[in-house]
Design a protein around this ligand. Structure first.
Ligand SMILES: CC(C)(COP(=O)(O)OP(=O)(O)OC[C@H]1O[C@@H](n2cnc3c(N)ncnc32)[C@H](O)[C@@H]1OP(=O)(O)O)[C@@H](O)C(=O)NCCC(=O)NCCS
Length: 183
């Protein structure tokens, strides 16, 4: 955290159904409408986030940040896609983003997931252990800057064994399912 950053008066808790509208507003503010054009978004289209892996940061009843995880398939393996992760712009630099990710990663490990992928800035996500994915045998759908394709192993060697196309794990909402291929 930056020198002089405020103390943490927020708490991290699991996302509840009633958080949905606020999370939408946060995500819209953090990423804008351009998010729909991103390759990672294609993997979420028509698919529900993994229940019990969504976390929010709340301070005095106000939602400050959120993180969600989506199920994906990499070849024949199941994995998670981290994101969106968004923190209210006026509250950044307080450690909220890192705390949200740590809560989600711990819950994912407890739930038996083996690997998490994401598309994002390595200098930030490396703070919670993400590394650049270098395998040429892993094929992400759509255009992705390879230097932003990151992974975190939750069990020994889980990233090394991932190979094949990255695809949606399933479709939950067929009406809006015009996204990436299915695994
Ligand atoms: C990225 C984001 C979630 C970070 O949330 P946050 O609560 O401010 O993060 P934290 O307080 O846990 O961490 C802040 C630290 O990470 C650094 N950091 C933040 N974003 C970074 C980035 N994209 N690349 C490198 N470092 C970054 C900050 O400089 C700060 O460093 P310091 O601790 O040395 O001062 C927030 O800025 C955000 O919502 N951005 C808009 C949405 C977005 O772009 N999300 C995905 C990013 S790829």
């Amino acid at each position: 955290m930056s020198p002089g950053a405020e103390t943490a008066d927020w708490e991290i808790r699991r996302e509840r159904a009633e958080d949905g509208p606020c999370i939408e507003i946060l995500t819209e503010a953090g990423f804008g409408p351009g998010r729909y054009a991103k390759s990672a978004y294609r993997l979420r289209e028509g698919v529900k986030a993994v229940a019990d892996l969504g976390f929010v940061a709340v301070e005095n009843g106000i939602l400050r940040g959120s993180v969600r995880f989506w199920p994906i398939k990499v070849g024949q393996d199941q994995a998670l896609l981290l994101g969106p992760l968004a923190v209210e712009s006026s509250q950044r630099g307080r450690g909220i983003g890192i705390s949200l990710m740590k809560a989600g990663i711990a819950a994912a490990r407890d739930a038996g997931w083996h690997a998490i992928l994401l598309v994002g800035d390595e200098p930030y996500y490396s703070r919670v252990g993400f590394v650049r994915l270098t395998s040429s045998e892993l094929r992400f759908p759509g255009p992705v800057d390879a230097s932003r394709l990151l992974g975190l192993a939750l069990s020994d060697g889980a990233l090394e064994t991932l190979r094949g196309p990255v695809a949606r794990a399933r479709i939950d909402e067929p009406n809006c399912a015009d996204g990436a291929p299915l695994g």
